[in-house]
Design a protein around this ligand. Sequence first.
Ligand SMILES: Nc1ncnc2c1ncn2[C@@H]1O[C@H](COP(=O)(O)OP(=O)(O)OP(=O)(O)O)[C@@H](O)[C@H]1O
Ligand SMILES: [Mg+2]
Length: 235
Amino acid sequence: MSAKVIAIAQAKGGVGKSTLCANLATTFGDVGDTLVIDCDPPQNSLLAWHKVREDIYEETGLTVMKADKPSELLNLLEKEEKNFSYILLDGPPHINPMTRTMTAVSGLVLIPMAPSPVEVWSFEQMDALIGESKSINPKAESRLCWTRVRKRVRSSEYLIEEVRKGSQVKPFACQLTQRVAYLDSFAEGLSVYEWPDTVARAEIWSLFSVVQRLLKKCPDNNLKKRKDIIQFSRS
Ligand SMILES: Nc1ncnc2c1ncn2[C@@H]1O[C@H](COP(=O)(O)OP(=O)(O)OP(=O)(O)O)[C@@H](O)[C@H]1O
Ligand SMILES: [Mg+2]
């Protein structure tokens, strides 16, 4: 068995990376052995979320570890890829050697973003990194995941359309809307799938189904070229 590695990455903070990671990881945890690697020190939001989760459940359905540097991430992936079906990586709030390593090793890169001008402006850097990573990880897939979307807001619809026209990264058709359930459930160590908000639950379920189908055509991971990955992460 070789794990499917999914990176959740963006060039900006507060876009919803950790929220997306926790929610997808819990659904993956229901269908296969799932490891989350928190690659965002010193915040380590996913570790904190999982600690709260451990207070509620004897068995959280997940394993959560952390990597403080790219070399630690590569060591962990090499050690654990045979032990898990899915490995999700929660990234830092900027493009640095860790984010570059994540895009170089993953079979699928998910890029969450809200339709707000500041987030869209910073997306340019992430879009460029996805282009660059083709040199080292040519078969990997990437998708934009619109999140914190406010429905029927004209400026949001406009931004979503502009990004669709200008980016090489395809967006998922399903979107996560702005809902307090995402915030409240995370604070309790839960996912929206374990929270009484049927709309949020349906959003995560739709996204999970699409990601699962997409994974069938993604490479598992790209761990064979360690030297090249280290060089790419520093460039
Ligand atoms: N769909 C959503 N609806 C409402 N609030 C959301 C949603 N997604 C995320 N949030 C909230 O937005 C804030 C930032 O989310 P999160 O911590 O997941 O972002 P991040 O990209 O991981 O941030 P950082 O870069 O600081 O780690 C949090 O308060 C979170 O609860
Ligand atoms: Mg985070």
